[in-house]
Design a protein around this ligand. Structure first.
Ligand code: ADP
Ligand code: MG
Length: 211
């Protein structure tokens, strides 16, 4: 995989969050402040603009650092700094090479997850984006360790993220705005976990469609 994989990934995320913007906003209206779809849409539109003016020679890790900085500076909600820091860390983990393989992708997503856990001080079961990302990273690592082609391992990871997002429905939120609702947060799917599943499905598409 190369820099074009990262650009394709961001394009797939931007398209998916635009298509799902109203759904994400509805989910956030139920247990938050109703801006998650707008936040993600604004952030990834800004990412596409930032990538369009990058010199084509930037290695994939550097591109992810640009993506992360753009998200931090354009998204007001909690999801901006969380995803921004996560993708910046993922970029740092990839380093300056022009190509990356499955194990390097696992390392980058592990770094992203660690950044979100650290910055958000949340753990699995707190009804956040971590409940989608952690099982996705686990599934990806297992697939790569078992020798699966990256796109097959990523298909499993995207499915794990979607299952993880659905599994937030019966959870009570312990972090973020939804935690203010206490028990009333039970019975609603977490918006951040839902968009995280879109991010993982976008990665699977970007890698599967790569030339
Ligand atoms: P805000 O909550 O500031 O309005 P968004 O609506 O964009 O921001 O994002 C809300 C999502 O962010 C939640 O659904 C949850 O998944 C995620 N989130 C909120 N706080 C945390 C946290 N401390 N750790 C991890 N994820 C969090
Ligand atoms: Mg919100």
């Amino acid at each position: 995989m190369q820099a074009v994989t990262i650009t394709a990934w961001m394009g797939e995320i931007a398209a998916a969050v635009r298509a799902e913007r109203d759904h994400l906003t509805q989910l956030d209206a139920a247990i938050g402040d109703g801006d998650h779809g707008v936040n993600m849409n604004r952030g990834f539109d800004a990412v596409m603009k930032a990538l369009a003016v990058q010199d084509g020679a930037l290695p994939p890790g550097r591109l992810l650092i640009v993506v992360g900085k753009t998200l931090v500076s354009t998204v007001g909600g909690a999801s901006g700094p969380l995803w921004g820091t996560a993708l910046r860390r993922a970029g740092r983990a990839l380093g300056d090479g022009t190509e990356f393989d499955g194990p390097a992708l696992v390392g980058a997503l592990e770094a992203a997850l660690a950044a979100i856990e650290e910055l958000g001080a949340a753990s699995p079961g707190d009804k956040t984006m971590i409940d989608a990302l952690a099982p996705a990273v686990d599934r990806l690592r297992d697939g790569i360790e078992q020798g699966q082609p990256v796109e097959v391992a990523l298909a499993g990871a995207a499915r794990a993220a979607e299952e993880g997002a659905r599994a937030t429905i019966p959870m009570q939120a312990r972090k973020g705005r939804a935690s203010y609702l206490g028990e009333r947060s039970i019975g609603h799917q977490d918006p951040g976990a839902t968009s995280t599943a879109l991010v993982m499905r976008a990665l699977e598409r970007a890698v599967s469609d790569a030339p």
